[in-house]
Design a protein. Structure first.
Length: 269
């Protein structure tokens, strides 16, 4: 636990970490402000349906911001954190000193992954909570109509927003494991960060090609936007379970690859 707390402290002391969290918080703020200004100036009611929903209920800002952040912004920040786990230490020359401590290589990998996983949760909650706050400040707030047609109160919908944050966090755990593995292959953290973020983009492109439909169930991005079932009454947990199982498979495979690489690597820096 001491090693875990040390890793978390180091991660959240970095200016880069807070810069990324601030950038994620700006997503719902920008969406809410633009919709607010546009609705004040035009007043025509025209535009995409989800934007009209925001003007009617500010709680939809969180859902809209999360949908916008999933394809690019969240994978990019996760790629930076996960790609820096091992390669960053090697680049700074501190990796060998960490291994001198009686922690062991497998424990160090687990601690690094735990830090990346925690950042996934913090990043997702940042989008959701900021969206709820700015939405409540700029727009009316009231009962929400779900996709199933049922209506829930503000408290019930906020619980579902937290479930959405948990769903997206789980969705990003597979990408974190991939980033951890790539980070063990190099001493250049920027390369590991870029490769992790690029793989997320490639997987989404492959998932959009109908010719590769046979491959889609195996892509770690396949269920990233499958959280609609959490907005039904009663909640349908099928997508959540399938997504969790898929991410667990990626964690197991790339965690094993990371250990296989790291346990046999000569650490010189």
């Amino acid at each position: 636990m001491t090693l875990v707390l040390s890793e978390i402290t180091v991660l959240f002391r970095r200016l880069r970490t807070w810069a990324m969290i601030g950038a994620l918080a700006l997503i719902p703020i920008l969406i809410a402000v633009v919709v607010r200004v546009s609705s004040d100036t035009s007043g025509s009611g025209r535009g995409p349906a989800f934007l009209n929903s925001i003007t009617q209920n500010g709680l939809f800002v969180s859902l809209t911001a999360l949908t916008v952040a999933i394809p690019l912004f969240l994978p990019l920040t996760i790629g930076v954190v996960a790609g820096d786990t091992i390669a960053g230490e090697a680049n700074l020359g501190t990796l060998r000193y960490l291994l001198v401590a009686p922690a062991g290589r497998i424990r160090l990998l687990l601690v690094k992954y735990a830090g990346a996983a925690l950042f996934c949760l913090v990043a997702t909650l940042t989008v959701v909570v900021t969206g709820a706050i700015i939405g409540a400040l700029l727009f009316p707030v009231g009962p929400v109509t779900l996709l199933s047609g049922d209506t829930v109160g503000v408290g019930g919908y906020f619980v579902r927003l937290l479930l959405l944050a948990l769903y997206v966090t789980v969705s990003l755990l597979g990408l974190s494991a991939i980033g951890l593995f790539i980070s063990t292959l190099t001493t250049i953290p920027v390369g590991a960060m870029a490769a992790t973020a690029a793989l997320a983009a490639v997987a989404q492109i492959l998932g959009a090609l109908p010719q590769l439909e046979w491959l889609h169930p195996w892509l770690f991005t396949n269920y990233w936007l499958g959280f609609a079932d959490l907005l039904r009454e009663p909640i349908v947990w099928t997508s959540f379970a399938d997504n969790s199982l898929l991410q667990l498979g990626y964690i197991a495979v790339f965690g094993a690859l990371a250990y296989g690489r790291f346990s046999t690597r000569d650490v010189l820096s």
